[in-house]
Design a protein around this ligand. Structure first.
Ligand SMILES: Cc1ncc(COP(=O)(O)O)c(C=O)c1O
Length: 373
């Protein structure tokens, strides 16, 4: 039987009647844009995310853009970000005319390395060409970044701090979600994300009511009090009522799904630990949502090919980090360099991971990996 990399069908089968009736309710009332489901979901999401406010938007990329636009990020400023991430983290900085400065990752967790961040900020300050403005850290593969060490550095330099939690909504560090440590936390509801919808969607979490007010305007073309007078340049970036309705159903079982993902991760770690394969590590005090289960081997393409022959899908995140990609290769690398990023990119490979991975299927995956190595 074919194995799914991420099985969305099992979850759908579990929730299908509730999802059908949630969609039917939207079709009945007809408020497809900003219907009551959006407000309802925003309030549930804020509660789950330990935030005072949540705002839905069109996708996880806009979730990064909207707070930066609402803060009025000036053109030409430096924004520090990892290269070992999905391109969107860096894209939004460049789109707004900022200068992404690439920061290295911690070699164990793949998240932003605090020492490298400090070096990058100090390097930019010493050079004097760009003014440091902000930091976007990423909670990669489901795991909270090391905010205990990152946040004091960001605060010391008086920078804005965005937690790009597109892959990790629900992760906690010392029981606190990323917003506790940053100014803004964002997420994506792309279908394959741990909390995904059936289309594109995203959200922003904040405790700042005034910033929220401006973001709400920006996500509706910069609307003001007068319907015919737009007061700022904005976007059209709203979460659909149908997606919000679906997300409310999925959120109702999300806590349990995070726990199931942790069971799957533990089984993988116990079954795969060996000298030839490196299993992922989770920082002390972190609960990961395991968006990906990433292992390292000397030849990940060979392992991927061997597993494909056995009907086991894998994926590579990220064989070409953002600083290596055509559109981004001319942006500056922070003073600390990117040695860990360069080392990890040639070894990482992600295995099938979802809350409904059955034990016998997982055992088969583990056995096939062991015999391929
Ligand atoms: C780290 C990170 N940031 C931002 C995004 C953008 O999210 P979306 O695809 O919903 O725009 C993604 C999506 O894959 C991501 O992984």
């Amino acid at each position: 039987m074919a194995i799914d990399f991420i099985d969305l069908k099992a979850q759908q089968a579990r929730l299908r009647p509730q999802i059908d009736s949630a969609i039917a309710a939207v079709l009945d009332h007809g408020q497809y844009i900003l219907g009551p489901e959006v407000k309802q979901f925003e309030s549930e999401l804020a509660h789950f995310g330990q935030a005072e406010h949540a705002m839905g938007c069109a996708n996880g990329t806009d979730a990064l853009l909207l707070p930066m636009m609402a803060w009025g990020m000036p053109r030409g400023v430096a924004v520090f970000c990892p290269s070992f991430t999905y391109c969107a983290t860096v894209e939004v900085i460049a789109l707004l005319g900022g200068v992404p400065i690439f920061v290295d990752i911690d070699r164990e967790t793949y998240n932003m390395c605090p020492d490298s961040l400090r070096q990058a900020i100090e390097g930019v300050k010493a050079e004097g060409k760009y003014t440091p403005w902000g930091v976007i850290s990423v909670d990669l593969f489901g795991q909270s970044a090391d905010y205990d060490r990152l946040t004091p550095i960001v605060r010391e330099h008086g920078l804005k701090f965005i937690a790009d939690s597109a892959q990790a909504f629900g992760t906690t560090l010392n029981g606190k979600q990323p917003l506790h440590y940053a100014d803004i936390a964002t997420t994506s509801f792309f279908p394959a994300k741990p909390l995904g919808c059936y289309g594109d969607g995203g959200a922003i979490l904040t405790n700042d009511a005034e910033h929220l007010r401006i973001m709400r305007s920006v996500h509706m073309h910069g609307s003001g009090r007068d319907k015919y007078d737009n007061v700022r340049i904005g976007l059209n970036s709203r979460l659909d009522s149908i997606q919000a309705a679906i997300l409310s159903q999925k959120l109702s079982i999300f806590e349990e799904e995070i726990s199931l993902r942790n069971d799957v991760a533990k089984r993988y770690i116990d079954g795969l630990k060996s000298n030839t394969l490196r299993v992922p590590s989770v920082l002390d005090g972190v609960v990961s949502t395991w968006a990906q289960f990433t292992v390292e081997v000397p030849d990940p393409d060979a392992l991927g090919a061997a597993l494909r022959e056995k009907g086991i899908p894998t994926a590579r995140y990220y064989p070409k980090p953002v600083h290596k990609q055509t559109a981004y290769q001319d942006y500056p690398i922070g003073a600390g360099g990117l040695a860990n990023t360069e080392d990890a990119m040639s070894q990482v490979i992600a295995l099938p991971m979802h809350p409904y991975l059955e034990e016998d299927v997982q055992d088969r995956i583990i056995e096939e990996i062991k015999s391929a190595l």
